[in-house]
Ligand binder design. Structure first.
Ligand code: SAH
Length: 346
């Protein structure tokens, strides 16, 4: 039997074309689209204003890709929730819900595993399993909204995976999640974090999006950056910052630079001065992340005093800087660790 098509990854126009191809009226597409993206159903049977005949036809040709929670951890401190979701083929991924006073923010995974090899990251330890489809990216948000019965107002593409290494599906996801016929989220409420795939940053800039670009910088010289991020062997800091500047010029969106502080590697006052000089004059914000140690690597967190001194130095240079607030300390673990421990158990 031919593989079923992924109906939730189509935009409305494509869905109309599909229905016409099946010999159906195009207007049905809008009804089905609403069932998928507003009512967030996971079975064709739930589409009650669609005839049984058409529902049967749909389920013969298409599948509704969803994610199913297999484990949920809730923080007693701040309500942060970590979801371990199973995909249709049994692969598991992680998503995190963070509750802020300004709304609910969800961090989603863009790939199962990752092939970027960043040294301190748990998501990449077993390499890339596969890309997530647009429907699987959407489903992480939809299932969390169903679970909490509240709206998710911010999305960060900062979970496992490199979003720009899954470019087409991620761009389709952005199109669908911001569609006025669907969830209708503003692009400005989406942040995409990348380790720095230069050609893809430029391609995204040319698409004229309004999402926030976050770059995982983590070092202010190429030698240190190469130690932490293998991708730095391919693109120099100069090249990646030029691409970010190009993104800013095309979109007017302030840039975010993420900088994970690793004790004895990139956390001295001199490093803070170097970092300040590097980004001076750019419209940016620096987000300091105390590294979250993983047992497979020897990296440790900088002590509190070093983190504060690092921040002070950057502030003194009149650059916006914040230390990432730790959410869900009691259920914490580095990104990808929950997934990895689950897989090791199996
Ligand atoms: N692939 C994307 C998104 C992944 S993770 C990227 O590289 O940006 C989001 C951020 O968390 C990145 O800046 C990443 O470098 C950082 N990160 C990953 N593991 C970490 C850890 N154990 N401690 C601190 N930061 C980490």
């Amino acid at each position: 039997m031919a593989e079923k098509l992924d109906i939730k990854s189509y935009n409305l126009i494509e869905l109309q074309e599909e229905l016409v191809r099946l010999g159906e009226k195009a207007f049905r597409a809008k009804q089905i689209y609403k069932w998928l993206h507003v009512d967030k159903v996971s079975e064709f049977e739930e589409m009650t204003n669609i005839s049984k005949d058409l529902r049967n036809k749909l389920s013969k040709n298409y599948e509704i890709r969803t994610v199913k929670a297999v484990k949920v951890l809730t923080s007693k401190i701040d309500g942060t929730k970590k979801y371990l979701f199973a995909l249709n083929d049994g692969i598991v991924i992680e998503s995190v819900l963070m509750r802020y006073h300004h709304g609910n923010s969800v961090c989603i995974s863009t790939q199962a595993g990752c092939r970027m090899g960043c040294r301190f990251c748990a998501s990449t330890l077993n390499g890339l399993e596969r890309n997530l489809t647009a429907s699987e990216l959407l489903s992480q948000i939809y299932e969390i909204e169903k679970d909490i019965d509240e709206r998710v107002s911010n999305i960060v593409l900062m979970g496992s995976g490199e979003p720009l290494d899954n470019f087409d599906n991620v761009m389709k996801f952005i199109e669908l999640i911001t569609d006025k016929n669907g969830k209708n989220l503003s692009q400005r409420n989406i942040t995409l974090s990348t380790c720095g795939l230069v050609p893809k940053i430029r391609e995204m800039a040319d698409m004229g999006l309004q999402i926030t670009l976050a770059l995982s910088l983590h070092a202010s010289d190429d030698e240190t950056r190469r130690e932490l991020l293998p991708i730095a062997n391919k693109y120099s800091i100069r090249e990646v910052l030029d691409a970010c500047q190009y993104y800013f010029e095309k979109t007017g969106r302030r840039l975010t630079f993420e900088y994970s502080l690793v004790a004895g590697v990139n956390d001295t006052k001199e490093e803070a001065e170097k970092l300040s000089r590097l980004v001076a004059g750019m419209n940016c914000h620096i987000n300091l992340i105390p590294v979250n140690p993983i047992e497979e690597r020897e990296y440790t967190q900088s002590d509190k005093a070093a983190i504060l001194a690092f921040q002070k130095t950057i502030e003194k240079n009149k650059i916006n800087v914040t230390i990432r607030r730790e959410m869900g300390r009691d259920i914490n673990g580095a990104c990808g660790q929950l997934r990895k421990s689950f897989m090791d158990e199996q």
